[in-house]
Write a protein that binds this ligand. Structure first.
Ligand code: PEP
Ligand code: MG
Length: 578
């Protein structure tokens, strides 16, 4: 924090936003405090009243069933539930909170119950104290009913809001981003977390690592989010707002100039051609990929379809239609679809059915898909069926050893045989590839290259697993160093081991930052895949580089330096960004 109303964090998704704050708070993991606009208050109260009626009916049904099964005595317990539901003190207090505090019904119910529970806990008489438990039961029922009624939801947030929260899951960021909120300001979060990737994909300015700000900011305050400098300015002077408004206008003007370089080749001054492809999470990004001149889609993170559909699982037809559209839109360019990489920090609850103590090292990526081949087959069938509509390639995530590749290949054969029996058309030669994002995969990349058609280095995870630094934990963000000499050595090693045996690209976030482009070219990478919006700057950088000089610089760095600070300094000295 720099002064009373200016908060300093870290830039992770570039951009600028002027808006009003909306402070999200979270209780017990699931219950979010979502601000409600004054004009939506009556609807929110009505939602609460409908939830009471639904809950009351539900409790009534349960009571009847219990009475039928075990008699009227036990069924009497539910009378207490009904009493609470119709208790004026409880109902009026929830309504008051929604109206006065301008918050969603879930939050108002939670806070009211918590307050009453505290009072119950202080009661000496045990019999009365137990009413606290009834209250908890009723609250649970009510929450369930509320969730079933067209939510006051994140996706209803007003578009001019700058959302301030402790942290956001990727699916929350997705709902807010899709809604088109002005910006996201988070207390925690890391530069390469999936929440960050979603924000970048949806072009929502995001600042993370702001520290405990949500208790110091009210709803509806005028704010500026300057995600270029990692700043959240609350209640700024009108002149400051005016200056930022002008900058916003300039930015949208410059944006239209950026696509002008789309037809130029990404060729170094010593004539080395670099392939530039796009990473996407949502089909609407295809337009940007084409606008900025992507030669293909180097990474489609297909798990985002699952995240969007959660808690349902997307079916074969939905998958098929999505893949078909992507292939048709990009044709004749290639689309690399990564099979769903759920697990880790990305939602997998409906598949895993339990939490893991150490999810990043648990059942994620290809491990999860192989363990749930019933779900995986749905995706694979859709992929092969879509393969006749364009140039498809299939890539598997989080490979740690060759057995996973063999199991995957066998599954593909099996799916193809099944489709053949059913009379479906498909391309039996769809290239198969794997991500190199675990050090063991990097070390056996020569073997993997001989077994597969292509490989793609995922530096986001490769850095995380090599340096043992959680990519989304802001407390160790300083240790997450893409230019750690160990990482540079690994990259060079992979390009050498892969050689000509397979196509090799790099699709981690490192590819999006033009400052690091010389290191990647120096390491021998000839194909990069990045967020579509990064393509113009990276291309511009490539066109001013000499690939041989990049290689010599990288070799000298690996020989002489053992810290990322030295690497960054040297890079700034010999190959500064213009
Ligand atoms: C990576 O790990 O670099 C990668 C591209 O995959 P994700 O960011 O989706 O884990
Ligand atoms: Mg990864």
């Amino acid at each position: 924090m720099t002064d009373g109303r200016s908060h300093q964090g870290r830039v992770v998704s570039d951009g600028l936003a002027i808006g009003r704050t909306a402070v999200l708070k979270r209780r017990e993991g699931e219950i979010l405090r979502i601000p409600v606009d004054p004009e939506a208050v009556d609807d929110e109260i009505e939602r609460f009243r409908v939830a009471i009626a639904t809950t009351s009916a539900e409790i009534g049904k349960t009571r009847d069933r219990v009475e039928e099964l075990v008699g009227a005595d036990l069924a009497g317990i539910f009378a207490a539930h009904d009493l609470i539901l119709n208790d004026r003190l409880f109902v009026d207090e929830v309504v008051r909170r929604i109206r006065d505090e301008l918050v969603n019904a879930e939050w108002a119910v939670h806070e009211t119950s918590a307050g009453l529970e505290e009072q119950f806990a202080r009661i000496e008489t045990e019999h009365l104290r137990e009413r606290g438990e009834d209250l908890r039961d009723v609250t649970r029922y009510l929450m369930r009913s509320l969730q079933g009624i067209s939510h006051h939801e994140l996706s209803e947030m007003s578009r001019d809001r700058i959302v301030v929260a402790d942290e956001l899951t990727p699916s929350e960021a997705l709902r807010l981003g899709r809604r088109g909120v002005a910006g996201l300001a988070l207390e925690a979060g890391g530069p390469n977390s999936h929440t960050t990737i979603v924000a970048r994909a949806l072009k929502v300015p995001l600042v993370v690592g702001l520290g405990a700000v949500s208790d110091r900011i009210g709803d509806g305050e005028v704010a500026i989010l300057d995600a270029r400098q990692g700043l959240l300015l609350v209640d700024p002077d009108p002149e400051v707002v005016e200056r930022y408004r002008r900058e916003l206008e300039d930015r949208s003007h410059r944006e239209s100039e950026r696509s002008a370089s789309r037809a130029l080749p990404a060729r170094t001054i010593d004539d080395v051609l670099i392939g530039l492809h796009a990473n996407i999470e949502f089909p609407e990004e295809l337009e940007d990929a084409l606008r900025y001149g992507a030669e293909g889609i180097g990474l489609y993170r297909s798990e985002f379809l699952y995240i969007e559909r959660s808690p349902e699982l997307p079916g074969e037809e939905e998958h098929f239609e999505l893949f078909r559209q992507m292939l048709v839109t990009m044709a004749p360019r290639q689309v690399v679809v990564r099979t769903f990489d759920l697990g880790g920090k990305k939602l997998a609850r409906q598949i895993l059915e339990r939490d893991e103590e150490n999810p990043s090292l648990g059942l994620r990526g290809i491990r999860l898909t192989l363990s749930r081949s019933d779900i995986f087959r749905v995706q694979l069938r859709a992929l092969y069926r879509a393969s006749v509509h364009g140039r498809l390639a299939i890539m598997i995530p989080m490979v740690s050893g060759m057995q996973e590749v063999w199991l995957f290949q066998a599954l593909c054969q099996d799916v193809m045989a099944e489709l053949r029996r059913e009379g479906h058309d498909f391309d039996p030669q769809v290239p198969l590839g794997a991500m190199i994002e675990i050090p063991s995969a990097a070390l056996i990349s020569g073997h993997l290259a001989r077994e597969l058609d292509f490989l793609s280095i995922g530096t986001n995870d490769l850095i995380q697993y090599t340096l043992a630094v959680d990519r989304s934990n802001d407390r160790v963000a300083g240790l997450y160093q893409p230019t750690h000499p160990a990482i540079l050595e690994l990259l060079s090693m992979v390009t050498q081991r892969v050689g000509d045996s397979a196509r090799l690209s790099l699709c981690g976030e490192m590819a999006s930052n033009p400052f690091w482009t010389p290191l990647l070219i120096g390491a021998g990478i000839r194909e990069l895949s990045m967020s579509p919006g990064a393509i113009p700057e990276v291309k511009q950088r490539i066109r001013h580089l000499d690939a041989r000089f990049c290689r010599e610089t990288l070799e000298a760095m690996c020989k002489n330096f053992c810290t990322s600070i030295e690497v960054d300094e040297e890079l700034r000295r010999v190959l500064p960004l213009e």
